[in-house]
Structure formats: structure tokens, C-alpha cells
Design a protein around this ligand. Structure first.
Ligand code: ASP
Length: 579
């Protein structure tokens, strides 16, 4: 048998290993010349770092790939490093074999200063060697394996669905792949496996799951990439509550695998309550500052700005010392969010100190103090407008004033249920689905579905639910429509004609004729869950090879110009670039 290159990983050597002859492999993390004949090398692999004492190191450089052989020994007194897992030992009398040389790294490997992200991504293979990404990718692998275990244990079968498909609507733009064999036609890349998983239910799979890659051509942000991974699931003959339990189990197992602690039972809140109390459909419940209803107090007010359908406020504990210029900035900000104005009040012993206080009656002022539970030194913000606008503006202001950093406040999961069936009325006068067109209306609102006129449809609730973690929407799901006639009625309401429905989803409607069981499902974004478990604000930090905010890969240069031969095979010609 040939000799193994490596006997041990660097980061795993401990006092127990003292006296052993070992062989470790990795990259030179740091090198310190002590004298002409004595140098220290910190050798790094994916497990950590070990200090090696060698006889001279002048021809060695950072990031050289080496194998080091020697004997593990205790570090001399006074040189033990308690911050390092291997800090009690070192490899002495070490012999270095250079396995490969390396150019100097394209960015400093140790500085905490932020390196430009494009440079990091251009040399992602070097970036990946750093602690942060090593750790994050381990977290990711743990999460994948934990959710797999949880789903398998609950009787779910892993099924792979195709990547080259007809369009599945999730409200984003499709990436399309032109067909060579059928010029002028294209496949879509899946925005989600939605229709296939529903067809699996018709096919008697009963409980399906997949760690699915989804592709959506939409503007990128810190929590969004063109391609992302979901834990996608669907089950037959189950209630909404059972789905929430399945998924709750999967996220609890993932959180426990990473933090060692199992999160408690996930609380539920209806969409309406979330809007009323937090001004958001994805409330960050790590902190209070809830929206407080004040409309009644101003029912008879003489102050014109408060003669509005809705007045609400929030209290910022101890916020009374905010400077006037910061308050002016926040007022401008609130206007940008759509408010007509923002009223602020400093809570002082003798008065509510505010430019508008003089327009309010004593009764109004004292009711404000009591209802908002104001204490001296607090700051109050009030907004008056239509309900939606008040919630929207105060919801954002609440986050601005109170949102804790990503790695503080623990993991606060929340189920938001009873989403509206429709989000808005589109330009063509038809309602736009809040989730997707296959979502079952709420059983108590079936009547409204028949009778609602115009904007009234926006009051129809659905059996759709979201999972929220620390103010991030982790994922969504719903009980599905499984009867062809109800699906047809929803398509009609959405302004989708019979022909269009047939052309787009004919196969689903046909499948529903062959015995579709009642079914429900869910999908949550693994990238987002991993980011929050790893304490990262940006999902790019938990993806091995992400794209930049503009959708590019600085390393492979993707997207690259298409080869003219490919275009010809596909029967495509590029239009001249418009200027
Ligand atoms: N397909 C949905 C999504 O990707 C999730 C679901 O309804 O199961 O958001």
C-alpha cells in the first residue's frame, strides 16, 4: 500500500496526541521567521490551524500547499494559545514538503477589513478557504442533512422534478431555454416544482419532498439570487395544521443541528393581526414597538391631519433624546414611503412636546399618553391615512427604529396564516393572486368569492401561510384547489381565459379529472434559513458560488456572449443593441 499523504487533520491535534509522529497537509496560513534556523508555520486545512516548528522557511510563502511531518509536542510554557483549539500543542522538528507553490493571494487572508465583493467572487476558490465561508458551508450542509432526515422520518419521499419545463407561475419572470429541435419554442426553467408536486399527489405519491433548485429572473437583493434552493414539500389528505407541523419539524431539526438547541413551538398569527400589530406580513417579533390603534381617540378631532380613516402610533422607549435633524430625516423617509406626514412627540413630564401638540385637545393628549403607555423620555410617532398606508409606514418605521442586528435576539419563528387570496387589483381590472392561482380560498369566504364586487375581492382570505424568521419570509405554502371546477372559477376571476388556462395549465386541469386528492404543501428557502442560522445578513455568504447583485459571475464571466453557431442552431438572431 502506498503511504498516505495525511495522517491527521490540522485542527484536530490535541494534548492526547503528544508523542505521535504525524503528517498534516494544507495551506500555509502564516509564517514567522524566528532565527535563521527556526521558523513557525501555521498550517491550515478545513478543520483549523496547527503551529509547526521548522528549520528555516525562507523558500516558503503564504498559501503554498505543503505536507508537514513531525512529532506532536506540548508548547513550551508561556506560549500556549487558549484562543486556538490546537493551542496547547505544536508539531516539532517538522519537515516540510512543498506539494505546490502559489501566487500571493489576491486579497489579504486575515484582515477584518471588507474586501471588495467582486474581487472575492472573482477568486472565490481562495475566498472559500477562509474561516467564514468554511463555517457557513458546513452550516449549510448540516441544514440540508437535517431537513432531509426530518422529512424522511415523517414519511416523505424524495422525488426529482425536471428542470426543462413549461412555465410555472410564481409571479416572477422565467429564464427560458430555446429549443433546438423546435425552433421558436422554449423551455422554462422552473420557478418552483409547484405543478409537478401537485401532479405527484394525483399520482398517489402521498408525501413528496425535494431540495429543489428554483430559478427566477427578478431583481437581486441581499436575500435574493436568480437561482436558489428550497425545501419543497406536498402532502395528500392532510390539513393546513399538519403541513405546518411537518415543516415546523424540519426547521426545528435544522436549527438544532446548527445551534444545539431546539427552538420552541412556533406561534401562529393571522395575516390581519400581523398587519395590525406589526405593519408587516413578515413581522420581526424579536422586539416590541407594536403599532397601537388610536383612531377612536381622534373621532371628533379638530386637527385636520388626524381626520383620517386610520390613526396609529408606535412608542420608542427612551427615544425622546433623538435630535431634531434625525426626526426631520425620519419624516422625509416616512414621506418617501408614502405617508402624508409623520407626527412625533417627545414625552416630557409636563407635556407631549411636539410641533402639533397645540392643535390637540387636553383629552386627546392624555388619551394618547395612556393608550400608548408613554413614559417620560419616550418618543411617539403617529401616522394618519388609509389603513394600508398607516400599517405600511409604521411597519417600516418600527424596523428602522428597533430592528436588532441579524445575530441578536435569538431565532423567532412565526407562522402567518390566512393570507388574502388576492394582493391587489391589476391594471387590467382583474385581481392578482397573493400566492399563486392554485391556492384554496378560506372555507368561510367561499360565499364572498361568489358575491364580491370590485375591491371587495381583496377581503377574501385564503388558506395560504408563510413561515417567517426574524422578519425574513422563509417560505410560503397553501392548501391547494383540487377540484377542476373551482380552479376554473378562480382562473376566470383572475382574468385568465379558458383558452389561456388550457394553453398554460391544460395538463393540470386534465389531471384533476382523474382523481385528485385534497392536498397542501409548502416550500421554504434554504439559503435564507442557512444565512440566519449562520448569522449572515446576505445569502451570498452562504452560497459557494453566488452571483453579484447584477447577476454576474466575476469568476466564470457568466453570462458570456452567445456563440454565433449556437444561435444559428437555435434559429436565433440578435437584434442590434438599442442605445
Ligand atoms: N411553490 C411555492 C413557492 O415556491 C410554495 C408552495 O406553495 O408550496 O413559493
Amino acid at each position: 500500500m502506498t503511504e498516505r499523504l495525511r495522517s491527521d487533520y490540522c485542527g484536530e491535534l490535541r494534548s492526547d496526541d503528544i508523542g505521535r509522529t504525524v503528517s498534516v497537509c494544507g495551506w500555509i496560513d502564516r509564517r514567522r521567521e524566528h532565527s535563521q534556523h527556526l521558523a513557525f508555520i501555521d498550517l491550515r486545512d478545513r478543520t483549523g490551524i496547527i503551529q509547526c516548528v521548522v528549520d528555516g522557511s525562507h523558500d516558503l510563502r503564504s498559501e503554498f500547499v505543503v505536507r508537514i511531518r513531525g512529532v506532536v509536542r506540548a508548547r513550551p510554557d508561556g506560549t500556549v494559545n487558549p484562543d486556538l483549539a490546537t493551542g496547547a500543542v505544536e508539531i516539532g522538528d517538522a519537515e516540510v514538503e512543498v506539494l505546490n507553490t502559489a501566487e500571493p493571494p489576491p486579497f489579504p487572508m486575515h484582515d477584518r477589513t471588507d474586501v471588495d465583493e467582486t474581487i472575492r467572487l472573482r477568486h472565490r476558490y481562495v475566498d472559500l478557504r477562509k474561516d467564514r465561508l468554511q463555517r457557513n458551508l458546513q452550516v449549510r450542509a448540516k441544514v440540508n442533512s437535517a431537513v432531509r432526515n426530518a422529512m424522511e422520518r415523517q414519511g416523505f419521499t424524495e422525488i426529482e422534478t425536471p428542470m426543462l419545463i413549461a412555465s410555472t407561475p410564481e409571479g416572477a419572470r422565467d429564464f427560458i431555454v430555446p429549443s433546438r429541435l423546435k425552433p421558436g419554442s422554449a423551455y422554462s426553467l422552473p420557478q418552483s416544482p409547484q405543478l409537478f408536486k401537485q401532479l405527484c399527489m394525483v399520482g398517489g405519491i402521498d408525501r413528496y419532498y425535494q431540495i429543489a433548485r428554483c430559478l427566477r429572473d427578478e431583481d437581486l437583493r441581499a436575500d435574493r439570487q436568480f437561482e436558489f434552493m428550497q425545501l419543497d414539500a406536498e402532502a395528500s389528505f392532510v390539513s393546513q395544521d399538519e403541513v405546518l407541523e411537518f415543516i415546523g419539524e424540519a426547521v426545528a431539526e435544522a436549527a438544532e443541528a446548527v445551534t444545539g438547541e431546539r427552538p420552541g413551538e412556533i406561534p401562529h398569527m393571522t395575516w390581519l393581526e400581523a398587519q395590525e400589530r406589526f405593519g408587516s406580513d413578515k413581522p420581526d417579533i424579536r422586539f416590541g414597538m407594536e403599532l397601537v390603534e388610536l383612531t377612536e381617540i381622534f373621532a371628533e378631532t379638530g386637527f385636520n391631519a388626524f381626520k383620517a380613516p386610520c390613526v396609529k402610533g408606535i412608542r420608542i422607549p427612551g427615544g425622546g433624546d433623538l435630535s431634531r435633524s434625525r426626526l426631520d430625516d425620519l419624516t422625509d423617509q416616512a414621506k418617501q414611503w408614502g405617508a402624508k406626514g409623520l407626527v412625533w412627540m417627545r414625552v416630557e413630564e409636563s407635556e407631549l412636546n411636539s410641533p402639533i401638540a397645540k392643535f390637540l385637545s387636553e383629552d386627546e393628549l392624555s388619551a394618547l399618553r395612556t393608550t400608548l403607555e408613554a413614559e417620560i423620555g419616550d418618543l411617539l410617532f403617529l401616522v394618519a391615512d388609509e389603513h394600508r398606508m398607516v400599517r405600511h409606514v409604521l411597519g417600516l418605521l418600527r424596523l428602522e427604529m428597533g430592528k436588532p442586528p441579524v445575530n441578536e435576539g435569538g431565532l423567532q419563528f412565526l407562522w402567518v396564516t390566512e393570507f388574502p387570496l388576492f394582493e391587489t387589483i391589476g391594471d387590467d381590472g382583474s385581481p392578482v393572486p397573493a400566492h399563486h392561482p392554485f391556492t384554496m380560498p378560506h372555507p368561510d369566504d367561499m360565499g364572498l368569492l361568489e358575491t364580491a364586487q370590485g375591491e371587495e375581492v381583496l377581503a377574501i382570505r385564503s388558506q395560504a401561510y408563510d413561515l417567517v424568521l426574524n422578519g425574513w419570509e422563509l417560505g410560503s405554502g397553501s392548501v391547494r384547489i383540487h377540484q377542476g371546477d373551482l380552479q376554473g372559477r378562480i382562473f376566470k376571476l383572475l382574468g385568465i381565459s379558458d383558452e389561456e388556462a388550457q394553453a398554460k395549465f391544460g395538463f393540470l386541469l386534465e389531471a384533476f379529472k382523474y382523481g385528485a386528492p385534497p392536498h397542501a404543501g409548502f416550500a421554504f428557502g434554504l439559503d435564507r434559513l442557512v444565512a440566519l442560522l449562520a448569522g449572515e445578513e446576505n445569502i451570498r455568504e452562504v452560497i459557494a458560488f453566488p452571483k453579484t447583485q447584477s447577476g454576474a459571475d466575476p469568476m466564470t464571466q457568466a453570462p458570456t456572449p452567445a456563440d454565433p453557431k449556437h444561435l444559428e442552431d437555435l434559429g436565433l438572431r440578435l437584434l442590434p443593441q438599442s442605445t
